[in-house]
Design a protein around this ligand. Structure first.
Ligand code: FAD
Length: 288
């Protein structure tokens, strides 16, 4: 489905991201609790992450996308990584998605695993995007972008030129990596404009839920923690309720500023926590 309808001028798109439940013992059905809460936020779409391992036997992302579509009537976007997948496997996954009526993919390279030989069919997300579009042009492709640059990029100019390759290959919508300083996002938007990238760009916002996990995450994805947030993390780390309230307030503050600066859309990394998403959107929804 063409997402462009969600990006009318003056009305930012709101979307959510979830991941397949880590405890597979309960099966993907345990996702119902998460989705029951998230449906109340009325997102334009919900995307579901995909493991970087390229394991065809794990169909949890496809199953969850199907549940989002059929049970909740919400548009799903299936993440799909290519670094450890062959063209043959990608073809099988595309066919399974199409069978379930899912034609929206967030096309990603995935992270390279230390000690694991990557598949040779795809080096970059742009190769995957090109392959999907060539094999079945009906798929609508989204791609990832990085306000502070991807950790593998030598510099911010190379980073945005590589992003342009994804758009030229067929990506029609971008979702950003998490960031905590909106100025990083605004500078990135300016670079995109200079590079001729004119597809909608959604800002990825992650409400912090634990100091340890956010420090681990930023060390992997290359995002930085501004002094204002670092002080909050340090001040309230031993007071769980205060910590949660302060981090929700920080995310809301970021979003109000983004909306005031005409962001195309906000993509909330929900961490499968509907309570936090609901708290945030109660405040934000009237501002659309
Ligand atoms: P690419 O676009 O291939 O970029 C990777 C690096 O290669 C960059 O440094 C880029 O500058 C460079 N590059 C790109 N194209 C070229 C080219 N043609 N020539 C030379 N260099 C190039 N990971 C998962 O495993 N599962 C998920 O579900 C998932 N979801 C994500 C969702 C979002 C919104 C984001 C921001 C990230 C997500 N990731 C996920 C993480 C992602 O897989 C990693 O960030 C990965 O390291 C890069 O993926 P990419 O698609 O951006 O790669």
């Amino acid at each position: 489905m063409d997402l462009k309808q969600f990006f009318a001028p003056g009305r930012p798109c709101f979307s959510l991201e979830i991941f397949p439940p880590k405890d597979h013992q309960g099966g993907v059905e345990t996702i119902y609790e998460t989705l029951d809460g998230l449906r109340e936020v009325h997102p334009e779409f919900i995307s579901c992450t995909y493991g970087a391992g390229g394991n065809l036997a794990d169909s949890s992302t496809i199953e969850i996308c199907s549940i989002i579509k059929e049970k909740y009537g919400i548009l799903p976007i299936s993440h799909l990584t290519c670094v450890n997948n062959s063209k043959e496997n990608i073809g099988v996954i595309m066919d399974s998605l199409k069978e379930k009526g899912i034609t929206n993919i967030l096309a990603l390279r995935g992270d390279l695993k230390p000690g694991q030989q990557p598949e040779k069919d795809f080096a970059h997300a742009s190769d995957l995007i090109f392959y999907i579009k060539e094999r079945d042009p009906e798929f609508f492709i989204s791609a990832a972008c990085y306000p502070e640059g991807h950790p593998d990029s030598g510099d911010l100019i190379t980073d945005v030129l590589d992003l342009k390759k994804k758009v030229d290959a067929g990506a029609e919508h971008l979702i950003s990596q998490l960031f905590f300083d909106n100025e990083d996002f605004y500078r990135f938007r300016d670079r995109c404009e200079l590079a001729g990238i004119d597809v909608p760009i959604e800002a990825g916002i992650m409400p912090v839920t634990s100091k340890q996990s956010i420090l681990r995450m930023v060390s992997m994805c290359g995002a930085s923690i501004p002094a204002k947030l670092a002080k909050i993390l340090n001040r309230f780390e031993d007071k769980p309720k205060a910590f949660e309230e302060a981090c929700i307030a920080y995310a809301i503050d970021q979003m109000i500023d983004l909306i005031s600066n005409d962001v195309d859309g906000i993509h909330l990394y929900t961490m499968n926590k509907p309570y936090i998403a609901k708290r945030i959107f109660e405040v934000i929804d009237p501002m659309r």
